[in-house]
Design a protein around this ligand. Structure first.
Ligand code: NAP
Length: 311
């Protein structure tokens, strides 16, 4: 049974081989660009951003795995194999790691980390009071899936009041808003806005001027969804004008973020390199091995892409 892994890193492919040899020894791990690979032999593929048209050659494919929790890079390929199940990468560790990232980012905005770094650079003893305690700084989370819900748990644990927004209302232990008609009320309450939405035609470009202006003046922004969600020029304009006080951006379009992007040097932006959830290769391999085992036993697969929702 051949499983092909779409990664440019030799270290990563070695880790996949080592992990799956232990967890699912019947699977033969092959590299995406292996010149000796016969595409017809591939039964399982683990991919992040496959070149358009390549997946269509895997005529014996049984299950397709996204290397990310989002599948936007895969379904953008007009020829992606729609007849096979597409599984999003959501190992248990992913939401936990994302929750840690979002909590760190919210505390960084609330404690003004860029100012702390500037003081350190200048060896300036800048003893300042944090404007508001976390308990008075409501965090609004857009997207209440696996990532958003775990982030809410951890944020609440350190004292941030949390509200959320998604397509449909949820029975959760915090106030949540649903649908386009409730978006403005949600934004008006969000001192820090967190984007954890999937990239779909409805959400593309959502973090742009018309939305940002609806946040309270002085709000902070965290985008750990997708680069396609944000209009970087609008975010920078809102920061320069003072409507936003800071932004932590983990995702960009394109990635890697080009060296000449103004985001790298903007004094109110903290750039991270798509590290929000980033489960380890071993965690991903365990998730893939478990899912393949379930598939081969004709059991249910979880975290499947739903074409009717678009994510
Ligand atoms: P998920 O479980 O599918 O949850 C998606 C959430 O977004 C759901 O609550 C859904 O609402 C909501 N949503 C979708 N479209 C919407 C719309 N048009 N309006 C309002 N809400 C909408 O996904 P997940 O596992 O939490 O992951 C979410 C996203 O996080 C991924 O797609 C990816 O973009 C991003 N991500 C980033 C990283 C990173 O390292 N930076 C890592 C993992 C994931 P309903 O529940 O009402 O349908």
């Amino acid at each position: 049974m051949v499983v092909v892994v779409n990664t440019a890193s030799e270290k990563a492919i070695a880790e996949w081989r080592e992990s799956l040899a232990e967890m699912a020894p019947h699977l033969e791990v092959r590299w995406w660009d292996d010149a000796n690979l016969d595409p017809a032999d591939v039964r399982y593929a683990v991919v992040w951003k496959p070149e358009h048209g390549r997946l269509a050659h895997f005529t014996g494919l049984k299950v397709l795995f996204s290397l990310g929790a989002g599948v936007d890079n895969i379904v953008a390929d007009p020829a992606w194999p729609r007849h096979v199940p597409l599984v999003r990468m959501v190992p248990a560790e992913g939401p936990q790691r994302m929750g840690e990232y979002v909590t760190w980012a919210a505390l960084s905005l609330q404690k003004d980390l860029p100012r702390i770094f500037r003081s350190r650079e200048a060896k300036n003893w800048d003893s300042f009071a944090t404007p508001t305690p976390a308990t008075e700084c409501t965090v609004g989370i857009m997207g209440l899936g696996a990532m958003g819900r775990r982030s809410a748990d951890l944020l609440r644990g350190v004292g941030f009041p949390v509200i959320g927004w998604s397509r449909s209302r949820k029975a959760l232990p915090f106030e949540n808003f649903a649908g386009a008609e409730e978006l403005d009320a949600f934004l008006a309450r969000s001192r820090i806005l967190v984007c954890l939405l999937p990239a779909t035609p409805e959400t593309t470009g959502i973090l742009s001027a018309p939305l940002l202006v609806k946040l309270p003046r002085g709000a902070g922004l965290i985008n750990s969804g997708r680069g396609a969600h944000q209009n970087l020029a609008d975010i920078i304009a809102a920061l320069d004008e003072g409507h936003l006080t800071g932004a932590v951006l983990d995702v960009f379009d394109p990635e890697p973020l080009p060296a000449d992007s103004p985001a790298w040097i903007h004094p109110k932006i903290i750039v991270t390199s798509h590290i929000g959830a980033g489960p380890s290769t071993r965690e991903c391999a365990r998730y893939v091995a478990t899912s393949i085992s379930a598939f081969e036993l004709r059991e249910a697969l979880y975290n499947l892409y739903d074409p009717t929702r678009g994510y």
